[in-house]
Design a protein around this ligand. Structure first.
Ligand code: GNR
Ligand code: NI
Length: 185
């Protein structure tokens, strides 16, 4: 018999799609970065890279802990896991075309802060504080929004958001988004 305790393997988790009301849940702070949080982080990385995406928030996989993962590098070498992330300063404005794994196939322009300073715990439970800008700053703001039940489509007009909701409801009725269907054939 094997005597050591072994973590289970990583897993690709199901991502919730707008307008699923579970995406409106507000995540709760993590009290301790323990083995179960590290398992969640590993599963979220696998899910994000497989999607593929540049970020993922736990709320998107129906887990209500304040955990996000991001990697905005071309070669997927800049994995960053943040627990209880908080933006402590913002500067400037930037508009960028955004997409979201929970709103598949939709890309719209959103305005956010250009630079941010954030505080968080890393995968080892150590406190980190950092200044970032560009795509990484946009991505972290997008992910922290998810932890507060907010989606990028909330920044669009009611009319645009309603159109997107109808399109995704139709996609769901027809059995998943087009990318997944195409891949399955
Ligand atoms: O993969 C993603 N791409 C992206 C592009 C521009 C701005 C934000 C993002 S985040 C998104 C992944 C996602 O949905 N994270 O929550
Ligand atoms: Ni998203």
């Amino acid at each position: 018999r094997q005597m050591c305790i072994r973590d289970r393997d990583m897993a690709i988790l199901d991502i919730l799609h707008f307008p699923d009301t579970r995406l409106r849940n507000v995540a709760k702070p993590v009290a301790q970065v323990d083995a179960s949080v590290r398992q969640l982080i590993d599963d979220m990385f696998e899910t994000m890279y497989a999607a593929p995406g540049i970020g993922l928030a736990a709320v998107q996989v129906n887990d209500l802990r304040r955990v996000i993962v991001v990697d905005t590098s071309e070669d997927r070498s800049q994995a960053l896991a943040l627990v209880n992330p908080e933006i402590i300063a913002k500067q400037g404005e930037e508009t960028m075309d955004e997409g979201c794994l929970s709103v598949p196939g939709v890309y719209e322009t959103v305005q956010r802060a250009e630079q941010i300073r954030f505080r968080a715990l890393d995968r080892d439970g150590n406190a980190i504080e950092k200044d970032v800008d560009g795509l990484l700053a946009v991505c972290i703001q997008h992910e922290i929004d998810h932890l507060d039940g907010k989606l990028f489509v909330d920044y669009l007009s009611n009319l645009k958001r309603q159109r997107i909701r109808k399109k995704l409801e139709k996609d769901a009725r027809q059995g998943g988004d087009k990318t997944q269907r195409r891949r399955a054939i």
